[in-house]
Design a protein around this ligand. Structure first.
Ligand SMILES: [Zn+2]
Length: 128
């Protein structure tokens, strides 16, 4: 069985960790590394994702889209204050700790909605 540990942020590597470890400052920096791990994942693969809720949920959604199943993914949230927000105007994803955010794609102001899409790993934003 192969194991992968993805850490986003400054959380420590869990004691006794055996396997492939990737540590990144942000989810955007981790995406290409995580995609390469997913491309080589085989049956029995296990993954632990550690970091802010927005990054952990994004990694989980990406793994599920690549064919992983829930039992293969362990999520350890270090900070639940940040949320990813989907822009219905341009499809962009932004991250915020506030109740509103300027879209990183088209720059419109979005109010962060309660609706959460597990597929997108993001809350729905509504234009102001
Ligand atoms: Zn947008």
């Amino acid at each position: 069985m192969t194991a992968t540990i993805l850490i986003v942020g400054d959380a420590p590597v869990p004691p006794g960790t055996v396997g492939r470890v990737g540590r990144f400052e942000s989810w955007n920096e981790a995406v290409s590394w995580f995609d390469s791990v997913l491309a080589s994942a085989l049956v029995g693969w296990r993954c632990t994702v550690i970091g802010p809720e927005s990054a952990v949920r994004a990694a989980r959604a990406r793994a599920l889209a690549a064919g992983a199943v829930d039992d293969e993914i362990t999520m350890l949230v270090t900070d639940s204050g940040s949320r990813r927000v989907y822009c219905p105007s341009c499809g962009g994803l932004s991250t915020t700790r506030a109740s509103a955010v300027r879209c990183s794609g088209c720059s419109i102001e979005l109010v962060v909605g309660e609706h959460f899409s597990p597929v997108l790993a993001a809350h729905l934003g509504s234009p102001c």
